[in-house]
Design a protein around this ligand. Structure first.
Ligand code: SIN
Ligand code: MN
Length: 211
């Protein structure tokens, strides 16, 4: 049986890396600027913070979220929480970001979480699976803004061959279907390669259905 994502007939990616569809240049420069304005408002009401791993080590990537749920991590593990750790609900996901999700995936269901990752100079994200959600038949949509990021994709099981691609500002990746649980991560960014963020850095937005 087809899952909802397959049934929705998603668009055709410009390239596929180990099952992850990449839509290169999905957002043009003015759409990227518009998204940055909206994200500044989100970060103004839900400031970036550095979660720690379950081993107590701070992640090099700073994060915050918008939507019904935000992703969080501390010594008690990885999970979604209904409000910012400093208090208050997460802000709404800005409409243009929801529009991108619907037009790219063809899904009626909206995402519950827009995780905002900020990579400053030297930040990286180790290989991991996105597996804190209840139903893996929904895809994960990942939007890149700002500096180039070296995105590595492996396998569903740990280890084995991996392949990498430089994601650029405006590229959107879809981790869904048979590739929904592949290991992926960001080895490094090319700090200062884009002018979108005044002081450099990379933003990744990850849209997910949570419950
Ligand atoms: C993530 O997997 O949460 C982020 C991926 C990226 O930054 O491109
Ligand atoms: Mn991920």
């Amino acid at each position: 049986m087809m899952n909802p994502f397959q049934a929705a007939r998603a668009n055709t990616p410009t390239l596929t890396i180990r099952g992850v569809g990449v839509f290169q240049g999905w957002l043009d420069p003015s759409e990227q600027e518009e998204m940055m304005l909206l994200l500044r408002q989100v970060v103004g009401s839900a400031p970036l913070f550095s979660p720690s791993t379950r081993f107590g080590k701070a992640l090099s990537v700073q994060m915050t979220s918008a939507g019904r749920y935000g992703w969080f991590s501390d010594r008690h593990g990885y999970r979604y929480i209904a409000g910012h750790p400093a208090g208050g609900r997460w802000p709404e996901i800005p409409q243009p970001i929801l529009d991108l999700w619907h037009s790219l995936t063809g899904l009626e269901r909206r995402p519950d979480c827009c995780l905002i990752n900020f990579y400053g100079e030297g930040a990286r994200m180790g290989l991991h699976q996105d597996r804190d959600e209840a139903d893996f038949s929904w895809p994960v949509v990942s939007i890149s803004l700002g500096d180039d990021g070296l995105f590595r994709v492996g396998n569903i099981e740990k280890g084995g061959k991996t392949e990498s691609i430089w994601l650029k500002s405006g590229d959107v990746a879809v981790i869904g279907g048979a590739a929904r649980l592949v290991h992926h991560g960001v080895d490094r960014i090319r700090f200062g390669s884009s002018k979108l963020l005044k002081d450099g850095g990379r933003i990744n937005l990850t849209l997910r259905v949570v419950d």
